[in-house]
Design a protein around this ligand. Sequence first.
Ligand SMILES: [Zn+2]
Length: 143
Amino acid sequence: MNATNPIMTCPYCKGIIDFPKNLEGESVPCPLCKSYIRLKAEPQKQLAQKTDDQGFFDTILGLAAILFLGGIACVVYFFFFYNTSVKDPDGTFDFNIGLLNQRECGIIIGVGATLVGCFVGIFFAIVKAVGFIEDAVAKVSNR
Ligand SMILES: [Zn+2]
């Protein structure tokens, strides 16, 4: 792709193509899908930013999902599997204050991570949905 050439998104295959400036307005076959398209330059910055945003959102959503699932795993582990009882010399089991405290900490951290992951995920899902709606509105009003 030549960075100085205008670029556009093919309406048929959604591929991003570039073309020499003097061909703008001409009908040519798309180099990717061979459908005939009319060449019309799109603002490059907007296109580039869109792809950046996409990767950024996916990364954030991925991290949020990891945080969310990791938090749940953490809570489950500390709540159900973390052994806080210790065997006393006389053979009875006692709850160890230090271990109980650690278990509580683990659960709090786990719940915190789950909530943060959940909120971040919801927040970015909303931002993304709003972006889709804005795109759709822009497409309709461009017609
Ligand atoms: Zn195409």
